[in-house]
Design a protein around this ligand. Sequence first.
Ligand SMILES: *[C@@H]1O[C@H](CO)[C@@H](O)[C@H](O)[C@H]1NC(C)=O
Length: 330
Amino acid sequence: MRASFLSRLPPQLSLLLLLSLRPAWTQEHVGTAPSRSPGAPECPEACSCSLGGKANCSALELPAVPAGLSWRVCSLLLDHNRVSALPPGAFAGAGSLLYLDLRENQLRSVHARAFWGLGVLQWLDLSANQLETLSPGTFAPLRALRFLSLAGNRLTLLEPSILGALPLLRVLSLQDNSLSALEAGLLNSLPALDVLRLHGNPWTCSCALRPLCTWLRKHPRPPSETETLLCVSPRRQTLSLLTAFPDAAFRHCARPLAARDLAVVYALGPVSFLASLAICLALGSVLTACGARRRRRRITVRPLLRRQLDPEGPASQEGAGSPTAAATQA
Ligand SMILES: *[C@@H]1O[C@H](CO)[C@@H](O)[C@H](O)[C@H]1NC(C)=O
């Protein structure tokens, strides 16, 4: 009936009418969603969902990721809850998720496969949780990720394999953790990274800081952002600005091996093995040759020696026997 009524109006007017109807419809939907029967596929129970695919589960004291996430949820607000663990496939079924907010929960463990299936996720906030470690490959499935916050956790180490290669990641927030250095591989596998938040970590002024200092030099930030980036010298107990280290400051550090050096190292192994084998063979054959010669000489020398010794030997025996012989003869 509505359609026939609309078709009779001029097109501009019907469009206006439709647009004015839309907000009322959205509000009605928000109002009815939480009261839907449990397990309804459109919206997790206890959350409120809106037409744009937003599931609002904020501040509901939820102990875990709610069940009933569907393909229609594009944005999931789970902040300010009591979620302490993300099991494998925690967001299975929500493959269209673009935005996931897990701020201010009690997360201690995130399974290495917790984010499987979230190939289009662009925004992930895990800040203000209690994460101490993360498994290798945890963020590797999130190939579309542009924003990642791990701020306000207890991370002491962030291995490159945890993040994997995130080709589109632009913002990485690591402030207020317990990190002392960042490995070179981590920053190398984030080619699109532009904003790196680092303050509030116990950075150590050492050779391990070189990759980070190199990155900071290539991505200059306004002084207001970098003036709080300090590192501590463990020996002298002094603070230095992270951005104050020129590359020359790391001249004493062992340089990472270049491809040519690696080739030399790899070639050196088999070559030295073959060389030691050859030396062993040569030594062995020299020794056996010496042994054979000595034996041959002993064979030729022995009769000579015997001949040299023998004339006295039997003679003395004869001589020894001669007095008795002489006595008997006498
Ligand atoms: C989510 O819902 C809560 C009430 O439950 C509300 O206070 C908050 O503003 C909502 N957040 C968003 C982003 O809609």
